[in-house]
Write a protein that binds this ligand. Structure first.
Ligand code: B16
Ligand code: MG
Length: 218
């Protein structure tokens, strides 16, 4: 029985990955190196400070900065990211996501957001998505990043549903691992071969229904 669907945000509901990438790439350029889109893949689903380490390692300068300097660099990247995010509109919600969220809720199933992002609240507001979630757990409320299961365990607790009755929708390998460690089934969204560990795969939400989900994994 499925009683709750938990959704990652970036890469599942909205495509903010390109904004994260553009902000990291401009920071790298200021530091004197190119941060390629291929290298940017490794930052998906990963916390802000862990992403910074990935970027600095790509430029061979991870050892160069003190913790305080790293905080400043992360804040600078976030300011650049927020410049993109603050201009987002509901048109940027990924195709079929709103229809699927509504369909899930019409079946009496709870919906929860489980994101690593500290900016999730801003994105939900800009894209008018808040009314579609019964609970929101994001980077401001968790201390251990994915693949730790904390974000999804807290999400299920917030709505009082047992892990075995939860399904997680994720676009990052770290998120699929977090779901498994939380004792939940998962849907790998986006078709990446890195999501092979998910219970099922889905290219995108267009045309996908709660009934199809149940038929596939329940
Ligand atoms: P912020 P998700 C994640 O969001 C992003 O995929 C990842 O690239 C980003 O570093 C992380 O949020 C932290 O974001 O800097 O906004 O706190 O996929 O878990 O929704
Ligand atoms: Mg994601």
């Amino acid at each position: 029985m499925i009683a709750c669907c938990l959704f990652d945000l970036d890469g599942v509901i909205v495509d903010t990955a390109r904004y994260h990438y553009l902000a990291w790439a401009s920071l790298a350029r200021d530091l004197g190196f190119e941060f390629t889109p291929a290298a940017g893949e490794a930052t998906k689903g990963v916390s802000r400070m862990a992403s910074l380490d990935i970027v600095l390692r790509a430029g061979g300068m991870n050892e160069r900065f003190s913790p305080a300097e790293k905080e400043r660099l992360a804040a600078e990247k976030n300011a650049r990211y927020l410049a993109y995010v603050s201009a987002m509109t509901p048109a940027e919600v990924l195709p079929g996501a709103v229809a699927f969220l509504r369909d899930v809720r019409a079946h009496g199933v709870l919906t929860v957001l489980g994101s690593a992002s500290k900016n999730a609240g801003t994105i939900l507001d800009r894209c008018e998505l808040r009314p579609l979630f019964d609970a929101v757990v994001d980077g401001t409320g968790v201390s251990r990043p994915k693949p730790d299961p904390e974000v999804f365990s807290k999400g299920a607790e917030a709505v009082g549903v047992r892990p075995e009755n939860c399904v997680v929708f994720e676009d990052a390998a770290a998120g699929i691992e977090a779901a498994a460690r939380a004792g939940m089934r998962s849907v790998g969204v986006g078709g990446s071969p890195l999501l092979a560990g998910a219970t099922m795969q889905l290219n995108g939400f267009e045309g996908f229904t709660f009934e199809m989900l149940c038929k596939e994994i329940d």
